[in-house]
Design a protein. Structure first.
Lengths: 111, 112
C-alpha cells in the first residue's frame, strides 16, 4: 500500500487566497484525521471523520476552515481566505482500529 | 497545565547509550501512542499501548495506567534514532467522539 497520500507537499500563497489541501487515506481505513502542527502549539486535531462523516470538528479554528470527505478515498481541507497565521504543516492520518498512519504533511506558507 | 507532559524536552546522547523518554498525562485515556518525527517532518507511529509493555527491535514502550505514566526506551541508541518523539493520548470526549491529545515532544540527538 502507498500509505496516506497528501498533496501538495508544499504550498506558498498570498494572504487572502484560497488553499485546498488533499488527502487519500489508506484503503480500508474508516477514520480520517486532519492535524495542524506549528512550533508554538505543536500538533492539534482539526477535524476527524468516521465512515466519511465528520464526527468532531471542534478543532477547526474558524469559519475560514472547512473539510469534506465525499467518499472513503478522498478528503479535502480548505482555507478561504488564508491568513499568515495559517502557516503550518497540515497532516492527514488514517486508521482502521488501532495504529494511526500519517501522511508526509503539507507545508503551507501564507505570505 | 498541559494534559500531556513529556520529559525531557531535549536529550543529547552518545551512540550506544540507553535512552528513556517519559510521558505523564492527567486525563482518562483509552490508549497511548508514541510517535516519531524525523527532520523533514514525516510522522511514524511507533507504538499504541493500552496496558503493559511492547517491544519492537531496540524500542520498548511501557505504560502504567494507575500512575498515568508511560516511558519509551531505546537500547543501544544510534545516530539514526535522532528525531522528535511525541507522546499522544487517546481520550473520549463528552460527545462520545475521540481525539488525540499530544505532548510537546522530546527532541533526541544521538551523536556518533
Amino acid at each position: 500500500d502507498a500509505g496516506v497520500i497528501q498533496s501538495p507537499r508544499h504550498e506558498v500563497t498570498e494572504m487572502g487566497q484560497e488553499v485546498t489541501l488533499r488527502c487519500k487515506p489508506i484503503s480500508g481505513h474508516n477514520s480520517l484525521f486532519w492535524y495542524r502542527q506549528t512550533m508554538m502549539r505543536g500538533l492539534e486535531l482539526l477535524i476527524y471523520f468516521n465512515n466519511n462523516v465528520p464526527i468532531d470538528d471542534s478543532g477547526m479554528p474558524e469559519d475560514r476552515f472547512s473539510a469534506k470527505m465525499p467518499n472513503a478515498s478522498f478528503s479535502t481541507l480548505k482555507i478561504q481566505p488564508s491568513e499568515p497565521r495559517d502557516s503550518a504543516v497540515y497532516f492527514c492520518a488514517s486508521r482502521y482500529t488501532g495504529e494511526l498512519f500519517f501522511g508526509e504533511g503539507s507545508r503551507l506558507t501564507v505570505l | 497545565k498541559n494534559e500531556v507532559e513529556q520529559s525531557p524536552q531535549n536529550l543529547t546522547a552518545q551512540e550506544g547509550e540507553f535512552i528513556t523518554i517519559n510521558c505523564s498525562y492527567s486525563v482518562g485515556i483509552s490508549a497511548l501512542h508514541w510517535l516519531q518525527q524525523h527532520p523533514g517532518g514525516g510522522i511514524v507511529s511507533l507504538f499504541m499501548l493500552s496496558s503493559g509493555k511492547k517491544k519492537h527491535g531496540r524500542l520498548i514502550a511501557t505504560i502504567n495506567i494507575q500512575e498515568k505514566h508511560s516511558s519509551l526506551h531505546i537500547t543501544a541508541s544510534h545516530p539514526r534514532d535522532s528525531a522528535v518523539y511525541i507522546c499522544a493520548v487517546r481520550v473520549i470526549t463528552q460527545g462520545g467522539s475521540e481525539k488525540l491529545v499530544f505532548g510537546k515532544g522530546t527532541k533526541l540527538t544521538v551523536n556518533p
